[in-house]
Design a protein around this ligand. Structure first.
Ligand code: SF4
Length: 699
């Protein structure tokens, strides 16, 4: 009998509802869920092809493999042998070098339940805070900025604000390609309401710009200057909400002083855009009622990522455009469950339910709830710091689950060398393709999307249930089950969950009394309602909160939002005569991250089949480079060799490489992160992926 299952797309943070139909032969077909409030039946090209990635098992890891020595080949072993050895090795390394000598590196693709278990295991029982995820490379600057301005990591808007606003400012993002269903909703809103205006700031003229009323094609690294210039014009013209500022914010005067340090004309020179375009953007803000500020990696992946976020959020605060329909900061989450991961505390510097490592009471509460070891105050190693510590020899063992750092980390050759030095590497993975596998002492096959049940939270705080639809191949097991088995073999109590709902319910209990209380949730409610936004406490009257801060009270100590006044210096790698171009990196429309899933689908390769370098025709002409010619991009850290794509859609002086390709697509010379910079934002520890000094030559 054919069956249908409701689930959620496992790619981006939009969180589209999917219905998967399964026929009597086990064949699957995915379609958009018309009843889901996020996508109302729509899916983008990646979502429409989800079933192919599940049904194609040709690349799947089927059983555990292990080697006793780096020089020995890995051999198939039983789960018992694999996890007993893992427990023995981790215990002995911890005994000899201390708990700080081990780390777990997880993924924004993990289900909330998986995130919860790995966080509990590391912070509660192993006794260190060395659990971080690839969300560090993605949203950590937004997390820090929300905390510094709104008092907590809380996205205040809901997607329905798209239809209720009359102004959207997209800063450093290309949602038309990277968050397509959000953008389809923007397109539909604009078609229905021609008064809806759109501002885009981006060094590239992307598909998103085709809808823009103003495109500010800024020089990379100048976002703070632009945001301050807009704030200056609004303040000078009195187009701010002084009543809101006085009653609901702190820090306005230092910002007002800061933004007067540069004239708009100076800002225009620094940003390399016409001053009249900045004035036009400011005028759109001044004359609109709403303001949705949308951003993603263009701001986050920067050595000044947090300050770029803060200077953008300031525009919402000084105009009082937050907490009401059509208004507010709207961070476009990169990964499907980066939000869920943050909620369970799955980063090296946070605790469950947005509690703080730095708060003694929070640490004590979580420790007592788990019944584990005392939790240390100091943040653990973040994503890139783990690889630095391996390089230096202080980190001996690493457990990598559901992520492919040897394509996705900046300065990736350094990460490769570091991984080769680790004493013990566990890779828990779905696919047999990732580059990390060659360094693994132990490979653990994991169940993929649709082969396990659980929950995810999307970019508007919406929690959705994902069904188990099909069997995992071979001996592959769900990630949470593997981790619980390992924890029990380590002798830790508190991991005897019978199913994933028991894990979810423990997570819900731990949120009770916090600002993201979901104590009233369980799988039955999620299945019945399809999805809910948090908070969702037991008290029914407090369960429906589409947007936060509607009462003007924020999660700060004073209850007021904090207006920050960052300086606008760009601290990225300086350009030079030898390296005069700025390299920026990003996604293409039909591929996801390091292509382990989307790379298997022929239809998705038809859009763009191979890596390329976008270069302005004048920069190409100066170098005698023609369209489709093989070129070499060189920076301090490495080289990439791909074909040139000449386009005046990219700013002169800037070149662009897609981030997806790696060794598994044939050559490590198409890997953008050979060149990118591991400089970190001081607060968020997010790397500066969007700015590296390079030269381009014919090859
Ligand atoms: Fe999946 Fe994102 Fe596309 Fe929706 S927009 S179908 S969540 S990849």
């Amino acid at each position: 009998m054919p069956e249908s299952f409701k689930t959620t797309c496992c790619y981006c943070g939009v969180g589209c509802g999917v219905i998967v139909h399964k026929d009597s032969n086990g064949m699957l077909v995915a379609e958009g869920d018309k009843g889901h409030p996020v996508n109302k039946g729509m899916l983008c090209s990646k979502g429409m092809n989800l079933h192919y990635t599940v049904m194609d098992k040709s690349d799947r890891l089927l059983y555990p493999e292990m080697r006793y020595h780096k020089q020995m080949p890995r051999k198939r072993v039983s789960w018992d042998t694999a996890l007993e050895r893992a427990a023995r090795v981790f215990a002995s390394i911890i005994e000899r070098y201390g708990p700080e000598s081990v780390a777990f590196y997880a993924s924004g693709q993990c289900l909330t339940e998986e995130y919860y278990i790995v966080n509990k295991l590391v912070k509660g029982f192993i006794g260190c805070n060395n659990i971080d995820t690839n969300s560090r490379l993605c949203m950590s600057s937004a997390v820090a900025a929300y905390k510094m301005s709104l008092g907590e990591d809380s996205v205040p808007i809901c997607y329905d604000d798209i239809e209720q606003t009359d102004l959207i400012f997209v800063a450093g993002a290309n949602p038309a390609w990277c968050h397509p269903i959000v953008w389809r909703r923007v397109e539909a809103a604009k078609a229905a309401n021609p008064d809806l205006k759109i501002i885009v700031s981006d060094p590239r003229k992307t598909q998103t710009c085709s809808l823009a009323d103003v495109h500010l094609q800024i020089r990379p690294g100048t976002d703070i200057t632009l945001h301050h210039a807009l704030a200056r014009i609004l303040i000078e013209n009195g187009d701010i909400d002084m009543d809101y500022i006085n009653h609901h914010t702190e820090g306005f005067l230092p910002l007002a002083k800061k933004v007067m340090e540069r004239t708009v004309h100076e800002a225009a020179i620094i940003c390399d855009v016409p001053p009249e375009d900045i004035y036009q953007a400011a005028s759109l803000i001044a004359h609109s009622k709403g303001l949705l500020t949308m951003w993603t990696m263009g701001l986050n992946q920067s050595v000044r990522g947090v300050d770029k976020n803060l200077s953008l959020i300031n525009l919402n605060l000084i105009t009082g455009r937050i907490g009401r329909p059509g208004c507010g900061p709207f961070s476009l989450t990169g990964q499907p469950n980066a939000m869920g991961g943050r909620e369970v505390g799955g980063l090296a510097n946070i605790l469950p339910a947005h509690r703080l490592l730095s708060n003694e009471q929070d640490r004590l509460y979580v420790q007592q709830f788990w019944g584990g070891k005392p939790i240390g105050e100091a943040p653990g190693l973040t994503a890139t710091q783990m690889f630095d510590a391996m390089e230096q020899g202080s980190l001996k063992a690493i457990w990598i689950m559901g992520t492919n750092p040897l394509v996705s980390l900046p300065d990736v050759r350094k990460a490769e060398a570091a991984l080769a030095k680790a004493a013990f590497v566990v890779v828990q993975e779905v696919s047999n393709k990732p580059e990390t596998l060659q360094y693994a002492d132990l490979i653990l096959p994991a169940a993929a999307w649709a082969e396990k049940e659980g929950t995810m939270t999307n970019a508007e705080r919406r929690i959705t249930y994902l069904s188990r639809i099909t069997e995992a191949p071979g001996e592959a097991r769900p990630d949470a089950e593997i981790l619980c088995d390992f924890a029990t073999r380590m002798g830790f109590a508190g991991f005897e969950f019978k199913n994933s709902e028991e894990i979810f319910l423990e997570h819900c209990r731990l949120t009770e009394g916090t600002n993201m209380d979901i104590g009233g949730l369980n799988y039955a409610i999620l299945k019945e309602k399809r999805s809910v936004q948090w908070p969702y406490p037991k008290e029914p009257l407090l369960q429906n909160m589409p947007r936060l801060f509607a009462d003007g009270r924020f999660y700060t100590k004073s209850g007021k939002a904090i207006i920050n006044d960052p300086n606008d210096e760009n601290e990225s790698e300086p350009l030079s005569e030898d390296l005069p171009l700025i390299l920026t990196t990003g996604r293409i429309r039909d591929q996801w991250h390091t292509m382990t899933k989307t790379g298997k689908v022929n239809k998705l390769k038809q859009h763009i089949a191979r890596s390329f370098l976008e270069i302005h025709p004048e920069d190409a002409f100066e170098r005698a480079i023609s369209e489709d010619e093989l070129i070499e991009v060189t920076g301090v850290r490495g080289t990439v060799r791909v074909k040139a794509k000449l386009t005046s859609d990219i700013k002169k002086g800037v070149v662009f490489l897609p981030m997806h390709w790696g060794k598994m697509q044939g050559s490590d010379l198409n890997r953008a992160n050979n060149i990118t910079n591991a400089l970190l934002d001081k607060v968020s520890k997010q790397p500066d992926f969007k700015y590296a000094a390079v030269q381009v030559r014919k090859y």
